[in-house]
Design a protein around this ligand. Structure first.
Ligand SMILES: [Cu+2]
Length: 446
């Protein structure tokens, strides 16, 4: 069975973590201050910080591409790299996510890279308002689950430093609220258009009655400004799906009209908590237009880390609402791919890098077997890391030893550092991780 294959593969592929010894020397450890910062994530945060700082040493980094031209106008979501950037683009040229203009010279690379990681470890994402993917509770009307949504113009922050951008959101957020229903439910979704332009809403991946398909001029008239439209259907296609604009979509989806629509299997034993024992069910929507390279509407360092306890199993639902393929790469552990576009795979498989095309949804299960903070990013490098360090499509999977998790239970990430004196969870995590990554240092931090 697949489970046996998986178990064997996991056993075979594990690094010799059990035999690894901890290499902490006075020169290799971070300062107490830096450790506390890392501890804002977890005991394993140290590993992430160190990994992040593991640029090749020896020689100063050199850079192939010249600095980009001035940032593109924020109102051109479909624009590619600036035509005036005749050096070609380094990928950081998409508006929103690029490193700041007037960026650091190569000699400042280490300091810039460290500074951006510090912002991530300090929990920048949690300081921003308007979190997306919040579960939307329905109202019941007979057998129907009724969801009411507005379509709004919003100001949205990709991170805490860049100016907010003129974006769009369902119920005011990007991504939109997450809608969860059960296979067989009658869904009634009422959308009220508060934009200055018309729109239409498509439930992507659902098998729908034709007149509920949400494509203006094909199956319905556009939803005019000020008007409402009610989509009603039986959720018959289980799994990970999306809802998004299907009108002027390059602009409207690119500016944030997108969200997750999850249809849980009618058979409870097929749900991921029962089938795989997952303790977290994470929606991961990528986009690559107006806001640059984003995960759930934020660019690194304002992306949210995934925080798990050693031994946990988690589910991640990758959804691509952008216009490019993104290969998601998890450090430290494999991902078990179990479904594509909501359809369970007959043969789940293991990988550490999973390409997700525009419109696709891929569900993966991760057994959190390796303590530490593991980088988790798009592996098209110009979407993730440049001369000023990491940006855009980067986050971390933080696997806390149970002792750390217990010591910091209920605390906000930013408060974990304060609690780190309790049992020295940082040191505990370091010992448990036993990673050579601890030999890397963070220049300019601490
Ligand atoms: Cu990418």
């Amino acid at each position: 069975m697949a489970d046996d294959v998986y178990s064997r593969a996991m056993t075979d592929q594990r690094p010799e973590a059990a035999n690894a010894s901890l290499h902490l020397t006075p020169t290799s450890i971070l300062s107490r201050r830096a450790i506390l910062r890392a501890g804002a994530l977890t005991g394993g945060g140290l590993a992430a910080a160190a990994l992040a700082a593991c640029a090749p040493s020896g020689a100063r980094p050199t850079f192939t591409f010249a600095p980009p031209a001035a940032a593109l106008p924020a109102a051109s979501p479909a624009a590619g790299p600036s035509a005036s950037d005749d050096h070609g683009h380094d990928g950081s040229a998409a508006p929103g996510s690029p490193a700041p203009a007037g960026s650091a010279a190569p000699a400042d690379h280490d300091a810039a890279a460290a500074a951006v990681v510090k912002r991530f470890l300090d929990g920048e994402g949690a300081t921003l308002e308007g979190a997306g993917n919040q579960l939307l509770q329905p109202r019941l009307d007979g057998r129907a689950k009724v969801f009411e949504l507005t379509i709004d113009k919003i100001q949205h922050r990709i991170d805490a430093v860049k100016e907010p951008i003129a974006a769009l959101g369902y119920n005011g957020t990007w991504p939109a609220p997450r809608i969860d229903v059960v296979e067989g439910d009658t869904v009634r979704a009422i959308f009220t258009n508060r934009l200055d332009e018309s729109t239409g809403v498509h439930f992507h991946g659902q098998r729908l009655p034709n007149n509920m398909d949400g494509v203006p001029h094909i199956t319905q008239d556009p939803i005019e400004p000020g008007a409402s439209f009610t989509y009603e259907f039986v959720a018959r296609t289980r799994g990970s799906h999306m809802y998004h604009s299907h009108h002027n979509a390059t602009d409207q989806v690119g500016r944030g009209l997108l969200g997750a629509f999850i249809v849980q299997p009618a058979d409870p034993t097929e749900r991921y908590d029962r089938k795989y024992g997952v303790s977290q069910d994470i929606v991961w929507i990528s986009n690559d237009s107006l806001g640059g390279f984003t995960i759930n509407g934020r660019g690194f360092p304002a992306t949210s880390p995934i925080v798990a306890t050693l031994g946990d199993t988690i589910a991640i639902r990758f959804m691509n609402e952008g216009s490019m393929m993104h290969p998601w790469h998890l450090h430290g552990m494999p991902m078990r791919v179990v479904a594509r576009d909501g359809y369970p795979l007959a043969q789940p498989f293991l990988c550490d890098t999973l390409g997700v095309n525009p419109g696709e949804r891929w569900d993966v299960i991760v057994a959190c077997e390796e303590p530490g903070a593991w980088a988790f990013h798009c592996h098209i490098l110009p979407h993730a890391e440049g001369r000023d360090g990491m940006f855009g499509m980067v986050t971390a999977l933080v696997v806390q030893p149970a002792a750390t998790a217990a010591a910091t239970s209920g605390l906000a990430l930013a408060d974990v550092a304060v609690a780190s004196g309790a049992g020295d969870p940082i040191r505990t995590a370091a010992a448990a991780a036993g990673s050579t990554a601890f030999e890397c240092r963070i220049p300019g931090v601490g």
